[in-house]
Design a protein around this ligand. Structure first.
Ligand code: ADP
Length: 475
């Protein structure tokens, strides 16, 4: 099959057969493609094929693994426009955001091509003169990767690239709403020369596939990005086989504006981080804490950005606000806004479905938010900025750290000592200091508390897919 100039024969179908499920464009409702609902036997066969591929793939010399990954990165980069259009068609985000995401996916494969060659071990000074201690990193085995719908390409690359670089075959289960980018990248991986069984995509009933993957002793690692509820379930399911897990779960980021912040930059960054993908990102700020001395100045600037947002079809270059992924996502946003207003928040902008219909929700700003409101406790995953003012930074620290989530946060100010000390006092895996857009291939992405386990990206990202082996050598 062709998608633009992209030859992705076998990735998905334009015609339905009996067992297929449909992928729809969230902007138009149109069918983008059909994917198979694979029966248990097909998932079992994928596990067996990955298991069989492990010995050979893990023994491939690292420069060759690196070459294949770099070729895949190159292919993804060469097809950026078509892959971005496919991503927008299944996910809805504006094309400019989709292009940036494809660039990020290519960057992950490129970065981990290099990391494949840096799995260096260690010689540790022994306490006994007649022995040496050698430590090496060995690939953990077959990896199962379960990915979400909000970043259908980069979340896949962030898992697949380090696993394959480490020498682990991957079975990938993408989100049912957005499997096509994953399927297209798997076809490109074949074109790059990846051997059979090293990257397989399974689609179908999530719970049944999840049960098979988590219970199978042939799978050594489960990498999951998604909701905390599903992560908790998968964690429990992995207990039987004592599987190692990487979990990137929900977030509830705070955006803190200190009195000495550069308000122009802070407001622009706040809007960019909040409304990217219509707020459907796990690191986007949910709560905004603005010092009362700069509250009015920040708000005025922030609203100017909000007022420029244009809801629309992602293929229209004027569109800057994506539709929500589906009706349940829209219903959750409506529930959060209604709850905040009922508890006394002021609605400053938006607060309803956008006039263009579909699953668009207006860019929304709530003021006077307190910590009892749903927007302050749960991830809204929509274009809603919940703002409150503060006088004492200690109160903000307490509110941030009271959350069961600990993924990301942002602080804006000028005094470097205050910024550093504040960042260090927050129970968060990642803090942007005068910066947003935390996801970079060389950085360790991940959260603490109920936001997850482990790190993706950077050197830590490849080590996740390895086990240390300690050799004590008598001499
Ligand atoms: P969301 O509610 O935002 O879709 P989920 O955590 O449910 O978040 O979904 C993230 C990924 O987890 C998707 O690929 C989804 O299909 C998958 N998933 C959902 N439930 C299960 C499950 N019981 N077992 C395995 N995977 C699951």
């Amino acid at each position: 099959m062709q998608w633009g100039r992209l030859d992705i024969a076998g990735a998905f179908s334009r015609r339905r057969t009996a067992a297929d499920s449909v992928v729809r464009d969230p902007a138009t409702g149109a069918v983008v493609g059909y994917i198979p609902s694979m029966p248990a036997e097909a998932v079992e066969a994928a596990i067996e094929a990955a298991h069989n591929a492990f010995a050979e793939w893990s023994a491939v010399a690292s420069p060759k693994r690196a070459r294949l990954l770099r070729r895949l990165s190159q292919l993804i980069g060469d097809h950026t426009d078509d892959l971005a259009e496919l991503l927008t068609a299944e996910q809805g985000k504006p094309l400019a955001e989709a292009r940036a995401e494809i660039g990020s996916a290519a960057a992950y494969f490129d970065f981990f091509a290099d990391e494949a060659r840096r799995l260096n071990g260690e010689i540790i000074a022994s306490s006994r003169a007649d022995s040496r201690i050698l430590v090496s990193h060995k690939p953990i085995g077959v990896v199962a990767a379960i990915t979400p719908w909000n970043f259908p390409a980069s979340m896949v690359a962030r898992k697949v690239a380090p696993a394959i670089a480490a020498g682990c075959p991957v079975i990938l289960k993408p989100a049912p709403q957005t499997p096509l980018s994953a399927l297209a990248m798997a076809v490109l991986a074949r074109q790059a020369g990846l051997p059979d069984g090293v990257l397989q995509v399974v689609t179908g009933d999530a719970a049944s596939i999840g049960t098979l993957l988590t219970h199978d002793p042939r799978i050594g690692f489960l990498s999951f990005t998604g909701s905390t509820a599903t992560g908790r379930l998968l964690y429990a399911q992995c207990a039987g086989t004592i599987k190692k897990l990487g979990l990137e779960l929900g977030g509830h980021a705070s955006f803190i504006v200190l009195p000495d912040a550069d308000l122009d930059k802070a407001a622009a960054a706040a809007a960019a981080a909040k409304f990217r993908n219509s707020g459907q990102t796990c690191v986007c700020p949910n709560r905004f804490f603005v010092h009362e001395a700069v509250y009015a100045g920040f708000l005025e600037r922030f609203l100017a950005h909000v007022d420029r947002l244009v809801p629309g079809d992602g293929r229209d270059p004027k569109s800057t606000l994506a539709p929500l992924i589906d009706e349940p996502a829209l219903a959750k946003v409506e529930r959060h806004v209604a709850d905040a207003i009922a508890r006394g928040a002021q609605l400053t902008r938006g607060g309803r479905r956008a006039a263009i219909g579909g699953t668009w929700y207006e860019a929304t700003v709530l003021e006077g938010v307190d910590q009892t409101m749903l927007v302050s406790c749960e991830e809204t995953f929509g274009p809603v900025a919940a703002i409150s003012s503060f006088t004492d930074p200690d109160d903000v620290r307490a509110m941030v750290n009271a959350s069961s989530y600990g993924l990301a946060g942002y602080i804006w100010g000028r005094d470097i000592a205050t910024l550093l000390k504040t960042a260090e006092s927050l129970d968060l895996g990642m803090v942007g200091i005068n910066a947003v857009h935390l996801g970079m291939e060389m950085a360790p992405i991940g959260g603490v508390k109920q936001s997850g386990l482990g790190r993706e990206g950077g050197h830590a990202g490849i080590l996740e897919y390895c086990e240390q082996q300690y050799l004590l050598v008598g001499v």
